[in-house]
Design a protein around this ligand. Structure first.
Ligand code: OSB
Ligand code: MG
Length: 369
């Protein structure tokens, strides 16, 4: 693959509903898309950095800067045997995995389109249908939360994740369990607690929660191992895991029993596969996390969720939960029993609506070999 041209586009897209986590709320997304061309075909990727440095240090602005000044100059004009040759080209750039993943995932899409095969089969996927869950943000009241859960359960979703934070935890979980005794339920804290809060986790233990996601500090594994020793409910790590090496160490010290894999957080499909393999070999189930993606990032998430060890429902849900009109055609849709079917066209399989992208675009830059 000759990397002849790379285009960056920044879009502004408004979520249908604001999304609130323990670190803040979002409604207006700044989405950076990456289009990579070899002269004949084009591949698409999405940068999942958020609007501010709150989930991680990356933002759409740091991603644009690192892509323009460091990542793209190392890649443009190169001849790559495959998309997995991208990693070594950017090894000297520390961190900025979401910026890297924007290009890396576009290269996988490009390679799959050149070979005329679906991305999910090129990745080694085996799941023709993936199980879907939803992530429900912090709500103005418990009643509103119960209504939202009811809607999503009726829509067929196979697992409900609610966001928790100090003061929006034990009583919320208690009431959700009372209203929905049997649903697969989990809580995501986005690092809002410390080990001093162990008692609240012990109290939530009795509500049959599938897992607590990232309860403690966003870089920690040591305290998570201590918390896991003291509670029954499995801990799932999100923020703390940036690589297969991180996963190996976390598993080795008992910091988690489940891992949420995010394409942006680990830097692309190649590292997703490496994290996946470490987890599979250790008997640790994984699931695909979400970052409020547009259809392009969402399509990549659907494809990677086809790997064998993605045995738990992910945060990969229908386009219509987020957007009045998505930038891919067809929009990502979920069946009445909570699954997304893999498509069989080349690459991500979805058509990219460039006309709509042009209308939503607020900035763009073209890099040529
Ligand atoms: O922690 O999983 C998270 C959204 C933004 C930042 C972090 C997280 C999330 C979600 C939403 O939980 C997942 C989605 O629906 O895309
Ligand atoms: Mg999370």
């Amino acid at each position: 693959m000759f990397i002849k041209q790379i285009e960056l586009r920044e879009l502004r897209m408004r979520l249908l509903h604001p999304f609130e986590t323990s670190f803040g709320a979002t409604q207006d997304r700044h989405i950076i898309l990456v289009k990579v061309m070899d002269g004949t075909h084009a591949g698409w990727g999405e940068v999942t950095a958020a609007e501010g440095p709150f989930y991680s240090y990356e933002t759409w602005e740091t991603a644009w800067h690192v892509l323009r000044d460091y990542i793209i100059p190392n890649v443009i004009g190169r001849e790559l045997r495959s998309a997995s040759g991208f990693g070594p080209l950017v090894r000297g750039i520390r961190g900025h995995n979401m910026a890297k993943a924007g290009v890396e995932t576009a290269l996988w899409d490009l390679e799959a389109r050149i070979q005329a095969v679906p991305l999910w089969t090129m990745l080694g996927g085996v799941r023709e249908q993936i199980d879907c869950g939803v992530s429900i943000g912090i709500q103005p009241s418990i009643d509103k939360l119960l209504t939202k859960i009811d809607t999503e359960v009726k829509a067929g979703y196979r697992r409900i994740k609610i966001k928790i934070k100090p003061g929006w935890d034990l009583e919320v979980i208690r009431q959700v369990r009372e209203a929905f005794p049997g649903i697969p339920l989990m809580g995501d804290a986005n690092s809002a607690y410390t080990l001093a809060d162990v008692d609240v986790f012990k109290k939530m233990d009795k509500y049959n929660i599938m897992m607590f996601e990232q309860p403690l500090h966003y870089e920690d594994i040591i305290d998570h191992a201590e918390l896991q020793r003291q509670i029954e409910t499995p801990i799932c790590l999100d923020e703390s895991i940036h690589s297969a090496e991180d996963a190996r160490k976390a598993i080795q010290i008992g910091a988690c029993k489940i891992i949420n894999i995010k394409l942006g957080r680990v830097g692309g499909h190649r590292e997703v596969k490496a994290v996946h393999d470490v987890c599979r070999n250790a008997g640790i189930p994984v699931w695909c996390g979400g970052m409020l993606e547009s259809g392009i990032g969402r399509a990549h998430n659907v494809a990677l969720s086809s790997l064998e060890d993605f045995s738990l429902p992910g945060d990969v849900s229908a386009s219509k939960r987020y957007w009045s009109e998505d930038i891919v055609d067809p929009p990502v849709s979920v069946s009445a029993d909570g699954q997304i079917a893999q498509l069989h066209g080349p690459g991500i399989g979805y058509r990219v609506k460039e006309d709509l992208i042009d209308r939503l675009r607020v900035r763009s830059q073209v890099f040529s070999a």
